[in-house]
Every structure is written in structure tokens, then in C-alpha cells.
Ligand binder design. Structure first.
Ligand code: FMN
Length: 272
């Protein structure tokens, strides 16, 4: 168990060193990364988890206030209870650790109240700031965990049924779950998934028009991938896009889940 913290402890140093000389080692790391959904029975030691979380705290944060918190779930009982809120995705009960990252203005507000401050963070702007903080912290944690050899998967279902998570984790006012990470030592080694070419996402000086030509230019390779052609065949759609719009993320579902998200934000006091 000793080797992971050691590798990890040196990671920030290595990162700096490599960036000063050449970007290649960093690029290799990132182009090879994948989500991991199957985990070995090897435990994730609490010392390592604390080390990673503590290092991730150094990420940028609004006003240096650290408007986030993380709930660590290790018990089988809590994982079983959380699973339905994540549509019973098997990673929730299959991972040694489940982390729920929260936008958190509760602690900062309490601090201010105890120190004769006048906090006014029961509004959507404050949620946006805290959510940004929480997601930056979460992403930094993910980078560090993956660099230490751990595998993880981001669960977007956190914002689909937030009320259930809020209740289970007993999140107080001004705390909102924004991301869940299942974490463990990898028991699978999937191939990296494709990404769009840079031309799809980069705009110089002003946003450039998205046209039939740029769509062909940027999506042709993705649409021609054998796995995506197979995906279309299995789903019996005409195009790859239709799988997303008509099956996976439908307008009706998005509307329903969006309503639930707004209700949860109101319940937590961010829309007063
Ligand atoms: C906002 C967001 C929500 C996601 N939700 C889920 C999820 O609920 N279940 C899952 O298995 N993966 C989820 N993922 C992981 C993506 O499916 C994955 O990152 C994407 O397919 C690219 O694959 P890669 O991470 O292996 O490169 C999510 C990722 C993000 C950023």
C-alpha cells in the first residue's frame, strides 16, 4: 500500500518538471485516460484518500472560500440506499468508495454568522459560484486520483434526483450535491474513447458559425467509428445524434429532471 501515496506525493513535482521541459508525458497521461466502472476488491486506504483530497484543496476557489464539501460513502448500507438515486448504476454498490461533491455555502455562512458577518448567499449566483468551486475541486481530485493509479467514474445522475441524495446524506440548507465519483482500483482497462477534433471546440476571437460543413468536418470521424455504427444499428435509429436526442436524453426527460433540480435548489435555499 505504500507505493501509491509515494507516487502521488511526487506527482505535483513531476507535473511541474515535465511542463517546463516538454508537454509529452502529460499528453500521454491524458489521452490514455478513461472512465473506470469496474473495481477490484483492493481497498482504497483512507490515508491515500485524505492525501488526494488534501492536495485537491489547493485548486483555485472563489475568494479562497472553498465553497464545497465532499461526503465519503464507504458503508454497503449507504451505497445500497444511494444506488436508486443513481438509477441503480452498478458502480455505486460495486465501488469501494463513493464520493458526493457538494456546492456548499452552509459552512461559510455559519462561519460568517459566528464572526459578526452579514452573509447573503441564498440566491442563484451563490449556487453558481459554489457549484463552480465544487466541480473544480472534484476535477482536480479526479486528476490526482487517476495519476495515483485509481480508477473512477463521474455520475451525472447526481443532479437528476438531487432530493433523494440530499435526504440520504442529510445535507443542510445551502448545500447541494453536484457530482458523484465512484472510486477504486481498476479491474478493467477500456480503450480510450474518441473526442471531437479541436476545430469543433476552438473559436478564435469570436464564436464561429456552426454550419452543415463544419458539422460534417467535425462529426464525420465520430459517426464513422465502427462502435458508433454498431450503436446506431442496435438502437435502430437513422443517425447517431438521434440516439442522444430520442433515446438517452429526451426533451421530456430533461424537462422533468430540470423541474426536480429547480425544486431541490429551492429546498436548499438557493432560490430565495
Ligand atoms: C456530466 C457527466 C455525467 C456523467 N454521467 C455518467 C453516468 O451517469 N454514468 C456513467 O457510467 N458515466 C457517466 N459519465 C462518464 C461519461 O460517460 C464518460 O466520461 C464519457 O463517455 C467519455 O468516456 P471516458 O471518460 O472513458 O473518456 C459522466 C460524465 C460527465 C462529465
Amino acid at each position: 500500500m505504500k507505493s501509491e501515496p509515494t507516487v502521488f506525493l511526487f506527482f505535483p513535482f513531476l507535473l511541474r518538471l515535465k511542463l517546463e521541459s516538454t508537454n509529452l508525458p502529460i499528453l500521454i497521461h491524458y489521452t490514455m485516460r478513461t472512465s473506470i466502472r469496474q473495481y477490484s476488491s483492493r481497498p482504497v486506504e483512507d490515508d491515500l484518500l485524505n492525501e488526494l483530497l488534501a492536495q485537491a484543496e489547493q485548486t483555485q476557489t472563489m475568494g479562497n472560500l472553498q465553497l464545497y464539501s465532499v461526503v465519503v460513502t464507504r458503508s454497503d448500507e449507504m451505497k445500497q440506499k444511494l444506488a436508486p438515486a443513481h438509477f441503480n448504476q452498478p458502480m455505486v454498490t460495486g465501488a469501494p468508495v463513493v464520493l458526493t461533491f457538494c456546492a456548499d455555502y452552509h459552512r461559510t455562512t455559519a462561519w460568517a454568522q459566528h464572526r459578526k458577518g452579514h452573509p447573503g448567499y441564498d440566491n442563484f449566483l451563490s449556487y453558481q459560484n459554489a457549484a463552480t468551486d465544487a466541480l473544480l475541486f472534484c476535477q482536480r481530485f479526479c486528476d490526482l486520483a487517476e495519476a495515483a493509479g485509481l480508477g473512477l467514474c463521474f455520475l451525472g445522475t447526481t443532479v437528476y434526483q438531487p432530493a433523494a441524495i440530499i435526504r440520504l446524506l442529510q445535507l443542510p440548507q445551502l448545500v447541494m450535491p453536484v457530482a458523484t465519483i465512484t472510486l477504486g482500483w481498476p479491474a478493467e482497462h477500456p480503450n480510450p474513447s474518441d473526442r471531437l477534433p479541436l476545430s469543433a471546440i476552438r473559436h478564435d476571437e469570436t464564436y464561429q458559425p456552426v454550419t452543415a460543413e463544419t458539422i460534417d468536418r467535425d462529426y464525420a470521424a465520430k459517426e464513422a467509428l465502427p462502435e458508433n455504427l454498431e450503436f446506431v444499428r442496435i438502437n435502430q435509429t437513422e443517425t447517431l445524434a438521434q440516439i442522444f436526442t430520442d433515446i438517452r436524453y429526451t426533451a421530456k426527460d430533461c424537462q422533468t429532471l430540470s423541474t426536480g433540480l429547480l425544486e431541490a435548489l429551492r429546498m436548499q435555499g438557493f432560490l430565495d
